[in-house]
Design a protein around this ligand. Structure first.
Ligand code: GDP
Length: 490
């Protein structure tokens, strides 16, 4: 899987990093999650709240006033695009629109000068630490298990998954094209392209809001990054007989070669150059979108989380970390967008994430890093209130729904503040894995039983009585930061 050359290269990189670290110690924090999980918003809020001394009561170093300075610096890796913090924060704060989401890897270095809480540490350390924040699509991480699979296994699994409920109707066209072609037929570019297109449009359809499925490798088919349109991506699974050897010059041989090239030239370098050097990791998940889409989506999210965690599992026989000495020691699994629900439901959301993570940890036979879970909102777009209905005071959330969002037949204009009753999360986390009871006629469950989430515009920044503009509001972002980096600032 990994060669000694790989390992030597990482060891050298690490040494070089340490040497540079003598000047300014650094902590590499990976931020991942499937597309639209909230990576861009999280990183922007993280940096903004440190640069502007945001209200972070549970982030000890900031709360106790020990961070004297926070600033952006030139990042150490010249070959990686910079995370466009300035554009993203301008979109959020000035235009009140959500920034452009992650489409490829990017990086940002944020340095803080701080005073250690302990006198002993104050003597030893210079009180300066750089965070190298690495933003990358979770889809790419989900490719790593492919390294252990040959083309036949990849094809078989892809075909099996495509026949699952929730996918079968979307994959019909691709499966029928696949049936019509013989893996032994002569290789030709047009057929390869047609199969690739049918297969990748099925994967894209699985990502739609209604299905919200998560486990859809190969990840670059959804998030191609700089490889968009390249021949290295033009392959698809084939219905090959078990143990069948590819005939030279056949479609099978062509697809197999491209699949292997994808592993060698895309997956391995990505892992070696980026993932193997991380110290900490946050995995963002959109649990509410999955719950909204139904049981299939929740089960699939759990499958994705299991695969993601197995990428970080430590010890012998491990897919990835076994050969490397570098270790990720903390992983945070966080459901963002908790501002879509009332605070009474935050603990429920967290319990659901815990349940998902626990099941994934057990399945991935995970050990090594400390894993914590959190329900948070990197940016809080709503506030809370109550609405009287008869004698009852119902908890609601108040915000400006995005233009075009609808609820009960009303379409919002993107300007008007509205109070919304968001619905309840199940009290018992296990319930999210159970199919809801069908409606009276055996059809879909009644609409009022499903959860309702409306997307809101980013908030207007508040001003204090003295006219000082406050930083972006959040929910539990401080908890996330304390877990991810707090010990290094102790
Ligand atoms: P990425 O693909 O992981 O980079 O996802 P983004 O960070 O771009 O987030 C995708 C979308 O989710 C955004 O455009 C927002 O609509 C929404 N979102 C992300 N984080 C939050 C949050 O903390 N609160 C709210 N209300 N919405 C969020």
């Amino acid at each position: 899987l990994t060669t000694y050359t790989d390992e030597a290269r990482i060891a050298l990189d690490t040494l070089a990093g340490r040497a540079a670290g003598l000047m300014s110690p650094s902590l590499r924090i990976g931020v991942t999650g499937l597309s639209r999980a909230g990576k861009t918003v999280f990183i922007t809020a993280f940096v903004h709240n440190l640069l502007h001394g945001g209200r972070l009561p549970l982030f000890d170093a900031q709360n106790s006033g020990r961070i004297s300075k926070a600033f952006l610096e030139h990042q150490p890796d010249d070959a990686v695009p910079r995370f466009q913090y300035e554009d993203h924060i301008a979109a959020l704060v000035e235009s009140r629109v959500w920034p452009e989401s992650t489409r490829a890897i990017s990086e940002l270095r944020l340095t803080v000068e701080f005073e250690s809480a302990s006198a002993w540490n104050r003597l030893l350390s210079r009180g300066r630490l750089s965070f190298d924040i690495v933003d990358y699509p979770g889809e790419w991480l989900l490719d790593l298990p492919l390294l252990l699979k040959d083309f036949e296994t990849f094809s078989r699994e892809a075909l099996e998954m495509s026949a699952l409920p929730g996918r079968a109707d979307l994959s019909k066209e691709w499966r029928s094209q696949n049936r019509d072609c013989d893996p032994n037929q002569p290789a030709d570019e047009m057929t390869a392209r047609k199969l690739f297109e049918a297969f990748s449009s099925y994967l894209r359809a699985c990502k739609s809001d209604q299905r919200a499925l998560s486990t859809l490798p190969p990840g670059r088919f959804l998030m191609p990054g700089e490889l968009e349109g390249s021949p290295a991506l033009t392959f698809a699974p084939l219905d090959v007989q078990p143990g069948a050897k590819a005939k030279p010059g056949s479609l099978h041989a062509m697809m197999e070669r491209r699949y292997e090239a994808y592993k060698t030239h895309v997956i391995r370098p990505f892992f070696r150059e980026h993932i193997a050097r991380l110290d900490r990791q946050i995995v963002l998940i959109d649990a509410m979108q999955a719950m909204n889409a139904g049981t299939e989506a929740v089960t699939d999210l759990e499958r994705a989380l299991t695969e993601i965690l197995s990428c970080f599992r430590q010890g012998r026989g491990n897919l990835l970390t076994g050969l490397f000495s570098h270790r990720i020691d903390r992983i945070l699994v966080a459901a963002t967008k908790a501002d879509h629900i009332h605070h009474e439901s935050h603990d429920r959301l967290q319990a659901i994430v815990r349940r998902l993570a626990d099941r994934a940890i057990a399945r991935a036979d995970f050990s090594g890093a400390t894993v914590d879970v959190l329900a948070m909102a990197a940016v809080r777009a709503t506030r809370e209130g109550t609405v009287k209905q008869g004698r009852e005071a119902l908890p609601v959330i108040i915000g400006t729904p995005l233009k075009g969002e609808t609820i009960a037949g009303d379409t919002f204009d993107g300007e008007t503040e509205t109070a919304i009753f968001p619905g309840d999360l199940p009290e018992k986390p296990g319930l999210i894995f159970q199919q809801p009871k069908p409606g009276k006629d055996g059809g879909d469950p009644p609409a009022e039983e499903s959860l309702r989430f409306v997307r809101f515009r980013p908030p207007r920044l508040e001003k204090t009585a003295e006219g000082i503009t406050l930083s972006l509001p959040h929910i539990r972002l401080d908890r996330a930061l304390q877990f991810l980096v707090g010990d290094h600032l102790a």
